[in-house]
Design a protein around this ligand. Structure first.
Ligand SMILES: *[C@@H]1O[C@H](CO)[C@@H](O)[C@H](O)[C@H]1NC(C)=O
Length: 159
């Protein structure tokens, strides 16, 4: 599947300039160059959902997963189509580096922005895309407080 990579990257770069997720905080901060390109997954890749299936609540990664944090972006939702936004997050995970570094993508609305994000105090709720350098399992997630991590999506990529 490497034969079409150059084409995909060019396409992704073109798309990224139009649709790339932006940080929630833009004042006084230059948008980070080098956010992962949006690269569609080859059909040979599989995506599995590591979120716990029990319970009626939504889930978010436990704090300890931050030791496997690869990249994160917090931004206002740019579409009413949550599937589209989650899919873009997954495709940015695949687009990271050489397509093998990012193992799991997590996307949700109403995530608490961590303190220190772009040097800000954080604490507000935002849509976010978080990428991990290891494959998360259901034990890496915890029920989110009510109203948080709504419409959560998580995908483990195996190519
Ligand atoms: C939302 O996005 C997904 C993924 O791109 C797409 O398959 C679906 O058709 C979209 N739904 C609507 C209502 O546009």
């Amino acid at each position: 599947m490497r034969t079409s990579t150059a084409t995909n990257l060019l396409l992704a770069a073109a798309l990224a300039t139009i649709t790339s997720a932006r940080p929630a905080i833009t004042s006084n901060i230059v948008a980070r160059a080098g956010g992962p390109a949006i690269v569609p997954l080859p059909s040979t890749c599989t995506v599995t959902n590591p979120l716990p299936t029990s319970g009626a609540t939504t889930y978010q990664p436990v704090p300890l997963t931050s030791n496997a944090l690869l990249y994160s972006a917090y931004y206002p939702s740019f579409s009413s189509n949550k599937t589209l936004m989650a899919e873009q997050c997954l495709q940015q995970c695949y687009g990271y580096g050489n397509h093998v570094e990012c193992k799991t993508a997590f996307w949700a609305e109403n995530i608490v922005v961590p303190a220190g994000y772009y040097g800000t105090p954080g604490g507000q709720l935002s849509t976010g895309c978080i990428m991990f350098s290891r494959t998360l399992t259901d034990s890496d997630f915890v029920a989110a407080p009510e109203g948080q991590a709504t419409d959560a999506f998580a995908g483990n990529i195996a190519c």
